[in-house]
Design a protein around this ligand. Structure first.
Ligand code: SF4
Ligand code: SF4
Length: 127
């Protein structure tokens, strides 16, 4: 796994994985535990190790509910949900999914579509 990708995920999430003491409280509180192959404490640990490929290929990045229960529960302020979101965005960008470029926009416009919707999707998917 390339170190640059790890650094980019750490930077964009703002998470300091080194603060984690591996207590597992984040995972114990996750309401979507059953549906997630990798759990919040594993995201923290695996990103620290640079083991990103498995995380980026896992459905867990889409199954996280972004409920922030893991963030609330963490005694060390690690904020695993932010890390999961950063891994998801990295995977989406790499796959080229959900990604539009300015030249795509004119073709999307029609009389029924609020321009605000285009602006919103453009902001969201070009992060
Ligand atoms: S609750 Fe916080 S300190 Fe404990 S395992 Fe999860 S991220 Fe690490
Ligand atoms: S934000 Fe995601 S990982 Fe964290 S508790 Fe909610 S569903 Fe679980």
């Amino acid at each position: 796994m390339d170190n640059k990708q790890k650094e980019q995920i750490l930077r964009s999430s703002g998470v300091n994985v080194l603060k984690c003491m591996r207590c597992g409280k984040c995972t114990a509180t996750c309401p979507n535990y059953e549906e997630m192959e990798y759990h919040p404490h594993e995201f923290v640990y695996m990103v620290e190790k640079g083991d990103l490929e498995k995380l980026m290929a896992s459905q867990s990045i889409y199954r996280c509910l972004t409920c922030f229960a893991c963030v609330e529960r963490c005694p060390r302020g690690v904020e695993p949900a932010k890390l999961i979101e950063a891994v998801r965005l990295a995977a989406v960008h790499r796959q080229g999914e959900n990604h539009i470029v300015p030249d795509d926009i004119p073709g999307m416009l029609d009389d029924d579509l609020p321009q605000q919707a285009i602006v919103s999707v453009f902001r969201k998917y070009t992060k």
